[in-house]
Design a binder for this molecule. Structure first.
Ligand SMILES: O=c1[nH]cnc2c1ncn2[C@@H]1O[C@H](CO)[C@@H](O)[C@H]1O
Length: 341
């Protein structure tokens, strides 16, 4: 029997819900913090950084997240961060990742949109050439910044049109940030061919998920864990194959779920809801995608075949081309076959 940890380590994967700045490793954060000579509350020391990434609630998480966004000052920082995120994902055998990027937050901090998009595209090409990973972008609206952020995020998406851009999202706090107000922006983004993948049901109830589906045309939902409170919604997600992008440890670290044993992952799968396993903001939550697969395997009592099934589900739920899906599914099957229990 191949040890499950080593099976997961070698398993080809796709990641659908992982944030750009949220993936900055302690080394990268330290490097960026050092450039700001103590003008930033973000500690450069990795041990101090681990304490800094202890969140009292979701609002505190967003507050801390934005102090890390403050460290990114120019397109060189963006290029380096994006390339290194590609390196780390490829180290975990991620072949394809849809990275959630928030251009508004960096443009607001003085990085011109064109330079920002050139930087992420340089990094995307570099990561593909050097690490064999395909990165694609989801541009998300930081919900706390409201309609001005929606306007600017849509403008950047439609005017800059970086080659890797495939989807349009909505992140940040849900409380006090109703989804419906963003309908005009999602309508335009979808009309331009971008896929709709808003966060919903992470820190608010199932009505936010219904709104994301009905108002924003959500094809997948970021988190969506509160769906378990609404049987009709669970049936709708299962019947219409609307996947939830689940990040188990994130939900515990932001206090959206009290403890990992209480995570609704098993219930969601039991109701036939398609789910993918993701890491969300791995260094901030002290996790990795590999570790999230191990958490899911424990919560769902999976053997290697079951874990490979989770990886295949993420590929099927991705926005990869049919040929791309076929190739990655075949690679997963080949790997699982060679490492049978
Ligand atoms: O788990 C999450 N939920 C919601 N937003 C998140 C999460 N992780 C990172 N962000 C990011 O928080 C910023 C708020 O301005 C956005 O950039 C959003 O992408």
């Amino acid at each position: 029997m191949t040890d499950l940890t080593s099976f997961i380590a070698g398993l080809p994967k796709a990641e659908l819900h992982v944030h750009h700045v949220g993936s900055a490793s302690p080394r990268i954060v330290a490097e960026l913090a050092a450039r700001h000579e103590g003008r930033s509350p973000v500690p450069a020391d990795p041990a101090a950084l681990a304490d800094y990434f202890a969140f009292s609630d979701f609002a505190h998480f967003i507050e801390v997240y934005l102090t890390v966004v403050d460290l990114i000052r120019d397109d060189q920082d963006v290029r380096m961060l994006t390339y290194e995120v590609g390196r780390e994902l490829a180290r975990q055998q991620v072949r394809y990742a849809e990275l959630t990027i928030t251009p508004f937050s960096s443009v607001k901090r003085g990085i011109p949109a064109t330079a920002f998009c050139e930087a992420i595209e340089d990094a995307r090409r570099g990561a593909a050439a050097d690490f064999g990973i395909e990165l694609r972008w989801c541009f998300d609206i930081p919900g706390e910044a409201g309609l001005p952020a929606a306007e600017e995020t849509l403008r950047i998406a439609l005017e800059e049109k970086p080659e890797g851009l495939i989807s349009f999202g909505l992140g940040g706090p849900e409380i006090g940030v109703p989804r419906a107000q963003f309908k005009p922006y999602f309508d335009k983004a979808r009309a331009a061919g971008l896929r709709s993948v808003p966060h919903a049901g992470e820190t608010t109830g199932p009505e936010t998920i219904w709104d994301a589906i009905r108002e924003l045309g959500a094809e997948r939902i970021g988190h969506g864990i509160s769906a378990v409170q609404d049987e009709a919604l669970l049936d709708h997600l299962a019947e219409h194959r609307i996947p939830l992008e689940i990040s188990p440890t994130s939900n515990v670290r932001t206090r959206a779920v009290a403890a990992i044993e209480e995570h609704p992952l098993a219930t969601l799968i039991g109701k036939g809801v398609p789910v993918s396993i993701n890491s969300d903001d791995p260094p901030m939550f002290g996790t990795t995608l590999e570790a999230e697969y191990a958490v899911a395997a424990r919560l769902l009592d999976l053997d290697p075949t079951g874990v490979a099934g989770l990886a295949k589900g993420a590929v099927e739920q991705s926005f990869l081309s049919p040929a791309g899906k076929k190739a990655l599914l075949a690679e997963i099957d080949a790997y699982a076959g060679q490492n049978r229990a």
